[in-house]
Design a protein around this ligand. Structure first.
Ligand SMILES: O=C(O)[C@H](O)CO
Length: 306
């Protein structure tokens, strides 16, 4: 145990120095070579686009994530962004605190989500939680899933499957992105896709910033191709202060807070610990991430095991 703690301290020192120098710990070949006893990288969160899974696997190191812990809080952020955008909550808040409040126009109107069509792109566990919430708001739900049709989930929430994403884009009042970032979903929503959307539609992104072509989004928001956007994720994060997206009025941007709740943080830690213990004890790993083609940016947590 003493040795374990000493090694952990040494690892923490190493990781800390990477944080200090680069503001994010890059898990590269050099770092992995310097950690010959590393057994598992336990990611706190579901997205692993920041990890080079093949490289890590080539060192015999396991990668795990926490898909169950994040689904409620991330689905809540999706709903919060949709409602805030539809009801112009941020603008309303600004009007309330501005000295010009008395000039508040009586025709200042938002939209109701009740009865509107929500198109969910990516019906994984977060997408499904979004659909359950949208059902309670009496929305019409469409979904597109690249891998497989989810018939059970479809029935449970009364969702309609769109085999072609184009159909979903053309019919939805709100389009919510809930896909993983992979080479296949990189810039998944570009000029063409935005042009397929209704001019009255809103794009909501709770997945990863790079899923959207941000230049095309700026253009679409400036020229009225779509009505508004609500993003919890951008590329990069945070956006440079002079970025065009930050100058637009018809956008809400939050700083990637999908999992930033007390409850999700506790659940992520519990899930990560369960994963680590399973690797240590040679048991079935609750949430192992199998290497596929992936993106790599940074990582959140490392577990150093003897
Ligand atoms: O991937 C996740 O779970 C969240 O976006 C936190 O990074």
């Amino acid at each position: 145990m003493k040795e374990f703690l000493e090694n952990k301290k040494r690892l923490n020192e190493k990781i800390k120095s990477v944080f200090i120098h680069e503001c994010k710990p890059v898990i590269d070949r050099e770092l992995l070579q310097s950690l010959p006893h590393l057994k598992v990288i336990a990611n706190s969160g579901v997205g692993v686009d920041h990890l080079d899974l093949k490289l890590i696997a080539s060192f015999g190191i396991k990668v795990t994530n926490t898909p169950h812990a994040v689904s409620d809080s991330t689905a809540d952020i999706g709903m919060a962004l949709m409602l805030a955008s539809a009801r112009r909550l941020v603008e309303g808040c600004q009007i309330s605190v501005s000295p010009q409040t008395e000039h508040f126009a009586a025709d200042w109107l938002g939209d109701e989500v009740t009865g509107a069509t929500l198109g969910i792109i990516g019906m994984g566990s977060i997408g499904y939680k979004v659909a359950k919430r949208a059902k309670a708001f009496e929305m019409k739900i469409l979904y597109h899933n690249r891998n497989q049709r989810k018939e059970e989930e479809e029935k449970a929430v009364g969702a309609c499957y769109c085999e072609k994403m184009e159909d979903l884009l053309q019919q939805s009042d709100f389009v919510m992105l809930v896909v993983n970032l992979t080479p296949q979903t990189f810039r998944f929503i570009g000029k063409r896709e935005l042009e397929l959307m209704k001019p009255s539609a809103t794009l909501i992104n709770i997945s990863r910033g790079a899923v959207v072509d941000q230049d095309a989004l700026v253009e679409a928001l400036q020229n009225g191709t779509i009505k508004a956007a609500a993003l919890d994720v951008t590329y990069p994060e945070p956006l440079p202060r002079d970025h065009s997206l930050l100058k637009l009025k018809n956008i809400i941007i939050t700083p990637h807070i999908g999992t930033a709740t007390v409850q999700a943080t506790r659940k992520m830690t519990e899930e990560a610990v369960a994963n680590i213990l399973a690797v240590l004890n040679g048991l079935t790993i609750p949430s192992e991430v199998i290497p596929i083609r992936c993106f790599r940016e940074h990582t959140y947590a490392l577990a150093y095991l003897l």
